[in-house]
Structure formats: structure tokens, C-alpha cells
Design a protein. Sequence first.
Lengths: 450, 337
Amino acid sequence: MLDALILSRIQFAANITFHILFPTISIALAWALLYFKIKFNKTGDSEWSEAYQFWVKIFALTFALGVVSGITMSFQFGTNWPGYMQTVGNIAGPLLGYEVLSAFFLEATFLGIMLFGAKRVSQRAHTVATFLVAFGTSLSAFWIIVLDSWMQTPQGFEMINGQAHATNWIEIVFNPSMPYRLFHMMTASFLTVTFLIAGISAYRYLRGINPVGSRALIKLAMTVAVVLAPLQIVLGDMHGLNTLEYQPAKVAAMEGIWQTTKGADAVLFAIPDEATQSNQYEVAVPKLASLYLTHSLDGEVQGLDAFPDTHPPVKPVFFAFRIMVGVGLLMLLTAFVGFYLVRKKQELPRWLLQALSVMSFSGWVGVVAGWYVTEVGRQPFLVTGILKTADAVTKLPTNMILGTLVMYLALYLGLIASYIWVVFYLARQSGPVNATDDARPNLVNRPIGA
Amino acid sequence: MIPNLLEPAGWLPLFFLVAMGIAMVAYVVLDGYDLGVGILLNQATDQEKDIMISSIGPFWDANETWLVLGVGALLIAFPMAHGIILTELYLPVGIMLAGLILRGVSFDFRAKAHLSQKSIWNFLFFFGSFLAAAAQGVMVGREVIGFDSGGLGWVFAFIVALCLPAGYALLGAGWLIMKTSGALQRKAVAWARKCLWLTALGVGIISVATPFFSAEIAAKWFSFPNIFFLLPFPVLSLACFVLIDLNLAKMQRDKPAPIWLPFALSVAIFVLAFLGIAYSMFPYIVVGKMTIWEAASATDSLWMIFWGAIVVLPTIIGYTIYSYKIFWGKTEPLSYY
């Protein structure tokens, strides 16, 4: 039955899923643009200015989508989850406040100068504006990850009359899961952008558009990927061990471990079944889970049975975890092969270029799956141990929520399709990139295909 | 009802009310002009559309951020009211957000997608701007009468929903008079004159309706000697309307007239209307139901954000002015480099 709770959860999940796609790209792409800009300032190579000019357009589009979907989020706390601010508003409020004050205005204001001010300010001021946009997007990520991590592993507060009151802001900001989540997410953003740049450049290379520049970007991307992909796996493992310490039920769901056991198996694949509290069609490696979770073959791992009423739904967490890891391993493999080939061979093999194009948006899949693991894995709590999701939801009639949900879903699906379509459309444009945003009519006079 | 204002628990909520008010006024004026340009977009030729969009290109992102700060201040400082207000305004908020999403993305898509699709994105930019403005009109209409559930309350909200887009279009036309020249500027003068009277209707109807729906508010305005001190509000507003009209008429007759005057006086109208509404509602945040002190966060949390706010807000205002200075003068086509 669709009630206000499940509809609000679907709606929030739809909003936050749609939203995270764009910051994931803009956080790291802003730094990539700064890199292109500084490289050009130093070397004067047109390669770097062309890279900047092409990617800044994609950045502008991405940033706009991130801003408008972010505004939606700030309202939905109130429209759908009034109990959230009423219970933990004293802590969530200032954290969100600092995000808006320190980051949002910085990035939004200097974005105008970064995008359209190059001719109106000095080169140095323009580089500084580019830096401030990059810094602002990362700062915004920092604050929002602080808040999310506090909801996962809260500390530094006391409950008075059912409301959380801050006792130590340092403890709140530097809560146990924050550093792991922050570095895992920032690396995810950089990996996503690395593969986006590699994929779109491969797509352009295949079509013979700016082959020298495209090849240089593929090389740069693979060089970064060969460092980041293994690093991300190490960071993910550290994040997982931190979760085991503070949110063992989430790890039990990720691993599909139903009974507390010594020498637990690592489940590679299975279909978890809540009704029978067991896995079907299980493929597992004996004792491996104990080894990597406890660093001992016979270490005890808590199963879902240790958390009878407070463990998350197993299936979504279990499968999302496998999708995330799968994308990570695929990126690792591609990074090594790509790095090797781009160094050894002058002519890049077609299959590699095609594989990279297909993987242009693979980072999105990994990031969304990863967030599903951590956010669904927090259930049934909204704030671990303090507030259950069911207790924070609005009491609005379901029809009203269903109406807005359908509207948002239609809007989001249309916009994601348009976004991907436009990115590839821009990638197909050859020659010097059109400088003016609104001088498109000039294109009509050019030969077809120009 | 009003606690000791010398205590932090007394004055901190008041500080945040003022901060929220500044953010809301900044939002209404700043995003108001760029929403207004969007609302007027359909009246222009294709070439003029490009100029109109260029005139707001470097600013709209930051303008919209004031909305996040406004709702953020509500969320941070008055979490108890945040839930109540946004639950009451669920549908108009949803529609406003859809409108803001549509126009925000159309701004970029229209210039980057294939030329054949440009007219669709132009239309969506207009449609999204209008939708967001109208939804905000409903929100204002509902909020100032304390979410009165009668039919008359809804009629009132829908009248405001038509007048607020006109008010934004007035700001937008005033903006275009400053930022453009030639045929487009002449058109903007004509648009401004049309919007002016619909805006006046909106301001008038809010002024009449708010005391009508609440005896308490009526008493605040019409008792003696209050009415004497409050007289400047309607008088100044009326003067602004008349001055704008005279100024626009001069422009239409090609007589020299200051081009910044229609915009500046439209801003003054919005500020006066806002102050009037603020006076009506104070000290309530939900009319007749919840005061700002009942809705406020814990004093510790307000302190935490207070220090940040007094350092950062002036900085924001500083670099916002810097950005406007960089793009000062008549609009040029948007260029990435």
C-alpha cells in the first residue's frame, strides 16, 4: 500500500538521486577546469584553452542542473519531513546554514564571472574566480557530507524533551564517519569526471574531432584513473571498516550475513530473502568475509539476527553494494588497460575508445549505488538511534504527494535524457568551439557539419 | 508575548527574523527581475530574446541563492514554523520548484542544444518563470492570511498569483530599460507601463485583504495613533507608482528621463509592500498561531550561526556588488572567453 511514508521516501530518493548526479560532476570538473586554465596560462598551448572552452560549457549546464535540483532539496526537508527539523533542527540547521553562507553564494556569484567575465576582468582575476568556484563546490560538499555523516554516526549532542541540543560542535563536525565518507565521495567525484572526460574525448577521437587534443585528454584521464581507481578501493575498504564499527547492521545487510558467525563467508552473489532470513542461489567464498572485516579467518561477524527490528531492508543494500563494487572493479580494469595502451601505442585501438565512450557516465552508476548502500543502510532510522524515518514524515494526504511525485519523476527523466543528449551533441561539434553562448544563429551560415 | 530583548533568547530570534527578511527582500527583488525578464520573453523577437537572456546570464544563479538563504533562515532559526509553513504550502511549493527547475535548465539548454530546439527551450524558460512567480504569489497570499481555509481566502491567493508575476515583469522591464537600448528598450518601456497597474492592483488588494482576514491586524493598522505613523506606507507607495508612470510616459515621448528610475522605484514599491506585510505579521511567523520566539531554535544553535552570519553576510554583499560592477552597463552577448 502506498502511504505518505513510502511516497515521501520515493520522492526524496528521486530528488536526491537526480541532484547528486550533477554535483558529482561539477565538484571535480571545476578543479579540472582550473587545471586546464593554469596549464594554458603556463604553456600557452591552444590544446589546454580548447579543453577549457569545451568543458566549461558542460560545466555551466551541469552546474545549472545542480543548482535547481538543490533548491528542491532545501524545501523538501520541510514539505515532506517536518519531524526532521523539529527533532534535530538545532544541529542540522547550522550545518546547512554554513553550507549556504560559506559555499552557495561563493560558487554562484563567481560562476557568473568565471563563465562570462573572461573579457571583462584580468586573466589573473579570471583564474581566481575559477578557483573560487571550485573551492565553493568542494566546500559545499564538505558541509553536506558533515550533516549526512552526523545523521549516520551522531555525537556531540544531548536530547532534551525529544529535541537534540548541541554540546560540542567539533565532535558534531568531525563525527566518526565524516572523514571516510568525505574522501570516498570526493574521490568518486574525481573518478566520475575522469571517466566522463575520457569517454567524451574518446567519442570525439572516434569521429576525428580534434584528435590531438582528444588524445591528450584521454592520456591525462587514464593517468589520473590509474591512481584514483585503486585508491578508491582502499578508501572504500576503510569506510566499510568504519561502518562495521558504528553501524554493523548496515554491513551485515551489505554482506548478506543473516546469522552471527565465526569465520563468515563472503557472499559474491545471492538473492537475499527476508521471509526465510536466508540467501538463495548463494555463491560464496568460505571465511573470506571474516578475513577482510576482522582480519582473522575465525573472527566473529554480527549477522542481521543481532538487530531484529533495527536492520535495513536487505535486498536494496545488498544489490546496490554489488553494483557499486562492480563499477569500481570495471573502472580499475579499464584504467590499467587504458593507461598501458595510451603509453605504448600511438594509434589507440578502436575497442578501447568504444569502451571508454560507453563508460562516459559509468561514474553515475557507481555513485548512486554507493549512496543507496549508505542511505538505505541507515534505515529504519533517519538519524541513527535518535529518529526513525517513519516518525519524521508529513501527515499530508497521499494523493497530494503522489501528484508531485509524478510531476518530479517526469521532469527528472526528461532532463536526464536531455542532459546526456546535449553533452553528446556538444561533443559532436567540431572546430573551434563557438565562443558566444547566444550566437548560435551564426552556425547556420557555416557548411553543414561544421 | 514579546520576551526580554536584552536576553539572547529574546533578541537572537529577532536578529534572524531581520536576516530572513533581508534575504527574502533580496530574493524578491533580484530573482524578481530575472523571473520578470523570463515572463516577458515571449513578447520579444528571437534576436531580442538572446539579448534579454544575456542581460541576466551572469546573475540568475546567485539571485536564486537568496531563496535558499531565505528558506534556509526559516529552517535554521525557526524549525518549528518551517515544517508547518511548508506543509501548508505543499502544492504551490512543488509547482514553484518545478517552474524554477524548468527555467534554470532552459537557460543553458536553449543555447547549447540543437538550433531547432531553441524555441522549445525559450518557451519553457518563459513558462517556468511564470509558473514559479505565480506559485510564489499563491504562497504569499496564503501566508499573509494565516492559511485561511475559506473559499474567499483561496480567491485572494489566486488574485495575488496573477499580480506577483506582473510585479516581477515590472522589475524585469525596469531592468531591461537600464540594460538594453533601441527597439528592445522601447518595448520594455511599454511592458513596464502595462505591468505597473496590475502590480498596483496586487499591492492594493493585499493591503485591503490582510486586515479583512484578521481583526488583530486590522486593529494594528487602523487604531489611533498607529494610523498616523503608518500613513507614509500607502502614500509613498502611491507616489512611487505615479512617478514611475510619469517617467515611463516621458520615455515614450522621447524626452530625457533617468533610465534607472523605473527599476529603482519598483524596488522601492516591493520594499514598502514587504515592510507593510512584515508589520502586519509581527511578532507572528504563522499568523495568529505561532510567534517567532515560539518557533525559534535553541539559543546555542542560534549563537553558532549568528557568528557565521555576521562575518559572511557582508562578504556576500561585497562580492555581489563586485560582480554587478564587472557586468555594469549595456548588455553584450554572453561569451565564454
